[in-house]
Write a protein that binds this ligand. Structure first.
Ligand SMILES: [Zn+2]
Length: 168
């Protein structure tokens, strides 16, 4: 053990992960040092180094630390193919979530295009009276371009042939 043991600073340098993060991983029971030196320095083995590299890649896949811990534990249980199955499930969910977000962004983009068109229409109609009215009035150009803008938590849905606003 002693000959393959690395101090936290060496692990941090080799793995490209700050020592602070490694201490955090220990605190949440994700990756713990294999032991300590007599003077209390954390010691890590090559297996932990590989686990740290695995955590780094799994984070790039968008997995949470909880999910990653599940995978690390599953790998330690040593049951064949369990990690593959769990990873497959996690990535399925991640894909669904990503596709849903893409749909939402697509809809948001559609709204932006519509608002832009509305502003152009209002301009073409000559809706702006800025400079031509009293100080207490708000020009119609402002209203014309923001009309119909709904906060993101409200969505307009069709219900019995009518459009209604509904909170998500
Ligand atoms: Zn105006």
């Amino acid at each position: 053990m002693q000959e393959t043991a690395l101090k936290i600073g060496e692990v941090a340098r080799l793995a490209g992960v700050p020592a602070k993060t490694l201490r955090y991983y220990e605190g949440i029971d994700l990756i713990s040092p294999v032991g300590r030196t007599a003077s209390g320095y954390r010691l890590y083995g090559w297996r932990e180094l590989e686990q740290i590299e695995f955590v780094r890649r799994a984070k790039l896949m968008g997995l949470s630390l909880d999910q990653i811990r599940g995978l690390v534990n599953a790998a330690e249980d040593g049951i064949p193919n369990v990690v593959f199955q769990r990873l497959d499930d996690l990535l399925d969910h991640k894909l669904e979530e990503t596709e849903r977000k893409m749909e939402e962004l697509r809809a948001f983009r559609e709204s932006l295009l519509e608002y832009r068109e509305r502003a152009a229409d209002a301009e073409a109609r000559g809706a702006c009276r800025c400079g031509g009215q009293g100080e207490t009035e708000f020009c119609g150009c402002v209203t014309a371009t923001t009309e119909g803008v709904t906060p993101p938590d409200l969505r307009v849905v069709q219900e019995n042939g009518r459009f209604v606003k509904r909170a998500e």
